[in-house]
Design a protein around this ligand. Structure first.
Ligand code: PGA
Length: 231
């Protein structure tokens, strides 16, 4: 079954989250996951949807102002977390090492993990794509191996929020490379829209991590339906 995760980023407080959840029904044949901001997690969990956080700290508790731990998420009924999103890497100093630490802690506490990897345009154009992906994937793989609750999301940075989705050939190539390094499901992320959702049907694509198009019930359901139809 394909996994479709909606990464809401810094959108939707509890009120909008409740409205979305009341209107959203996950189509048959697909696993739909919502990833709201921290303050909206409880509202999403209460609605009965499957809910992941957008980040998680590696310590159980401690003097880490602004951070949230895995046991806190578990207590809330959250069942997983994204880690290492490129926006975290780009704007908040996330490194391969901290991504690995977050992954270890989340898995230890029974959470599922979507660990994000992906090259920038500059890295792709200078022929460093495989090197970058190898470093990012191996950081996680060396820490936890092909864990049954671990999924990798391949999100080329140049495709995120740009409307410039990777081509099927680029996705096939990157997913095969990632799977050769670590044998876990691989999601594609980066400008996934309902009209291009057929990309999810390709071999080696185990689902999608959707940003912008996950904010509207209609477009997120359409992507989920497209993924559910290819079983
Ligand atoms: P996008 O974001 O679908 O808006 O490109 C994807 C992501 O950042 O996970």
């Amino acid at each position: 079954m394909k996994l479709i995760a909606g990464n809401w980023k810094m959108f939707k407080g509890p009120r909008e989250t409740r409205e979305f959840c009341a209107a959203f029904t996950a189509p048959e044949g697909v696993e739909a996951v919502l990833c709201p901001p921290y303050v909206s997690l409880a509202a999403a969990v209460e609605s009965g949807q499957t809910v992941f956080a957008q980040n998680v700290h590696w310590a159980d508790d401690g003097a880490y102002t602004g951070e949230i731990s895995a046991p806190m998420l578990v207590e809330l009924g959250v069942t997983g977390s994204i880690v290492g999103h490129s926006e975290r890497r780009q704007y908040f100093g996330e490194t391969d090492e901290t991504v690995a630490r977050r992954t270890v802690a989340a898995l230890e506490h029974g959470l599922r993990v979507i660990a994000c990897v992906g090259e920038s345009l500059e890295e792709r154009e200078s022929g460093q794509m495989e090197l970058v992906l190898r470093l990012q994937v191996e950081a996680v793989g060396d820490a936890v191996g092909a864990h049954e609750r671990l999924v990798i999301a391949y999100e080329p940075v140049w495709a995120i929020g740009t409307g410039r989705m990777a081509t099927p050939e680029q996705v096939r190539e990157a997913h095969a490379f990632i799977k050769s390094l670590l044998d876990v499901p691989v999601l594609y992320g980066g400008s996934v829209k309902p009209e291009r959702a057929e990309l999810i049907a390709h071999e080696g694509v185990d689902g999608a991590l959707v940003g912008g198009a996950s904010l509207e019930v209609e477009s997120f359901e359409a992507i989920c339906r497209a993924a559910g139809a290819v079983q």
